[in-house]
Design a protein around this ligand. Structure first.
Ligand code: PMP
Ligand code: GLU
Length: 407
């Protein structure tokens, strides 16, 4: 066999499971299929009007060139520092902020700066699909720490301690979590912080779902817990989820000066800056009225209650009540091994395909998040779409359950 002209690093990774499932659902819809998609990891709301207006004003004012500095306009960096101080008890100088094309780039640029060939990154599973492959792209080894539904998908301090080796470069923490909706409590975070403080490792704290919290859930930024952690933590956030701005591509990170300087250097060789107009829109998002966030959050609570109660009524499905983000992550492992019109359901991927074919509902298999035996549904969809989707899934799963029990 001739040697591939392409790099092994890229051949070794998968395309993002979430982005691929999203593309597939979009393609079926364009073909005219009556599909209900519960795939998208993005708000189904429009970007609030005052934010869109700020972008229009930015265009009219001629803010259409490369931004100076490339790492984010000064007004936006100031607004981000204020936001960290106000919401997270974190105190950064604007020079410690980098604004990127989405939080996805913030995380990747940090990984580029931190990971050498053979380095390890600790990632609790279920995890957002991009972390592990971004580590692999840089030649690193993701060390996956499995968590269970019984412990609400929380990594314990003991598990973290056991996973740390001399090659560990960073620990990835994502609370509220995509795909489980888990929110680490202050107690959980303190326990993890103690372990990290005693080890020579960095933390990447992905806090992008910070504003989407339910009931009494509290958001805790690990960087604020111990002074020594602030020097080794990159806190990641963005406007995509809280302000329904996924298409604008604005994320940001804050951390120790030396790490941020390197990330800014990488960015100058990569994307230069994120869209100038989007930066003005993000400035309005962070400094303008905040009631839009609460309006969306309240809508998510209702949808979450709706989808969790529907899923838990289905035979062989068990779903935790998430306390953050807009995903549910039910255990569907009872269906593995059942036979269907599409052949044997031998995995969560096969069940996901079966639901797409039989029920015309799209979701993402748990395997894409390092957790086989689960499915991820986004409830960032209208209550009507959720109700119709759940009706269809219930019918398909019930038929599968009964048929298999009698065969
Ligand atoms: N982190 C998590 C956990 C996410 O779900 C997403 C969604 N894409 C991101 C980071 C990146 O978001 P964005 O690039 O749109 O800012
Ligand atoms: N974060 C979203 C999701 O999990 C959007 C897609 C992506 O960037 O992964 O579906």
């Amino acid at each position: 066999m001739p040697k591939s002209p392409f790099t092994q690093r890229v051949l070794n990774i998968q395309a993002s499971a979430t982005v691929s499932a999203f593309a597939r659902a979009g393609e079926l819809r364009r073909q005219g299929v009556d599909l209900i998609s519960l795939v998208a990891g993005e708000p189904d709301f429009e970007t609030p009007e005052h934010i869109r207006d700020a972008a229009i004003r930015a265009i009219k004012a001629g803010h259409t060139r490369y931004t100076n500095p490339a790492s984010g306009i000064p007004e936006l960096k100031d607004a981000i520092c204020d936001k960290f101080e106000r919401d997270n008890d974190l105190y950064y100088d604007p020079s410690q902020i980098v604004v990127t094309c989405g939080a996805k780039q913030t995380i990747f640029d940090a990984i580029i700066a931190l990971i050498e060939e053979g380095d390890e990154a600790i990632i609790p599973a279920p995890y957002w699909t991009s972390y592990a492959d971004q580590v692999r792209l840089m030649g690193g080894n993701p060390i996956i720490v499995p968590t269970t539904q019984d412990s609400d998908f929380c990594m314990t301090a003991r598990q973290l301690q056991d996973a740390i080796t001399p090659r560990t470069k960073f620990v990835l923490l994502n609370s509220p979590c995509n795909p489980t909706g888990t929110v680490y409590t202050r107690e959980n975070m303190n326990a993890l912080a103690d372990v990290i403080a005693g080890a020579n490792v960095y933390v990447i704290a992905d806090e992008i779902y910070e504003k989407l919290l339910y009931e009494d859930a509290e958001h805790v930024s690990i960087a604020a817990l111990l002074p020594e952690l602030a020097d080794r933590t990159l806190t990641v956030n963005g406007v995509s989820k809280s302000y329904a701005m996924t298409g604008w591509r604005v994320g940001y990170g804050a951390g120790p000066q030396n790490l941020i300087d390197l990330m800014i250097k990488v960015q100058t060789q990569e994307t230069t800056n994120t869209c100038s107009i989007s930066q003005y829109a993000a400035l309005e998002a962070l400094t303008g009225p905040q009631d839009c966030v609460e309006v969306m959050r309240r809508a998510y609570v209702k949808r979450r209650n709706q989808i969790v109660s529907r899923l838990n009524r289905m035979p062989g499905v068990s779903c935790n009540m998430p306390r953050g983000a807009f995903y549910v992550f039910p255990d569907i492992s009872e269906y593995i091994g059942k036979s269907s019109s599409c052949g044997c359901i031998d995995s969560d991927v096969a069940l996901c395909n079966f639901l797409l074919e039989e029920a015309r509902v799209a979701c993402v298999p748990g395997t894409g998040f390092g957790a086989p035996g689960y499915l991820r549904f986004s409830y960032s969809a209208s209550p009507e779409q959720i109700a119709r989707g759940m009706d269809r899934i219930e019918a398909a799963l019930t038929a599968l359950y009964i048929k298999d029990d009698h065969s």
